[in-house]
Write a protein that binds this ligand. Sequence first.
Ligand SMILES: Nc1ncnc2c1ncn2[C@@H]1O[C@H](COP(=O)(O)OP(=O)(O)O)[C@@H](O)[C@H]1O
Ligand SMILES: [Mg+2]
Length: 294
Amino acid sequence: MFGLDLDAASTLHAGVMSIDLQRTPGRSREPAIQVRGLHKSFQELRVLRGVDFDVAPGSVFALLGSNGAGKTTVVRILSTLLRPDAGAATVNGFDVAAQAGKVRASISLTGQFAAVDEILSGRENLVLVARLRRQREPGRVADDLLARIALTDAANRRVATYSGGMRRRLDLAMSLVGKPLVIFLDEPTTGLDPQARLEVWQAVRELAGQGTTVLLTTQYLDEAEQLADRIAVLHEGRVIANGTLAELRRLFPPATVEYVEKQPSLEDIFLAIVGGDTAVPTASTPVRAAKDPR
Ligand SMILES: Nc1ncnc2c1ncn2[C@@H]1O[C@H](COP(=O)(O)OP(=O)(O)O)[C@@H](O)[C@H]1O
Ligand SMILES: [Mg+2]
């Protein structure tokens, strides 16, 4: 193959500057992200074949797909790092192709690998980014963020001594400097141990609670289930399912077999819609009629 690891593209902490980009009442009803008919191929490889979805402002949206499904490609297009072959997308109302600068000023992108400076302390990393983004009180900005991601105690230690989860949380905090309206988290917990994953989940919830729009990609069904308001399944270049967890569950109503009601997990639903090897019925094979338990 091409041997290109796009996820290694480190963190783009886009500058967030103009006041006119702040959320305004007129804006708040339109989707924070709108994606229509995105196509992207790499030579012969047709990665995206007509991707459509909307993300509501202030919501957490999970783009779920297996390795190589095209999640990072979507994120790179939305963050203006890559041009689609066809289709259109807007972020915060701005067109990713025609208004790339305004899109960049509205977003922040955290890649799969933490892009923090090991030699500096956590606080120094944050102060540095706050200075780069011309924040008025870099020290205060850093301290507020350290508190929000529960790193106050480790603030003055070198990042080299941090665990994987602490680094990822610091990376998240760095992406928050300047209050971007939309945050892209590309596989925020891939490679982390279970405890660190829980910590990062908590940090993402914290973010979402502040009204930031979050688009995260994940290969983990439980992650989407835990964090997302809506989940879109990217498979073979298209979004083949899109809804709340409850809506996705409704697509696949519980089957009653031998008097035991089975609620499908998101994993069952995922495997059913991508045609994996599973006992759960797919849309083309209707649910077995429920037996009357009486
Ligand atoms: N710049 C590129 N050149 C060639 N192939 C690429 C390039 N970027 C991605 N690909 C390929 O496109 C497919 C989708 O990649 P990616 O979007 O990174 O998937 P995901 O993030 O869902 O794992 C993969 O098969 C990958 O190898
Ligand atoms: Mg990826």
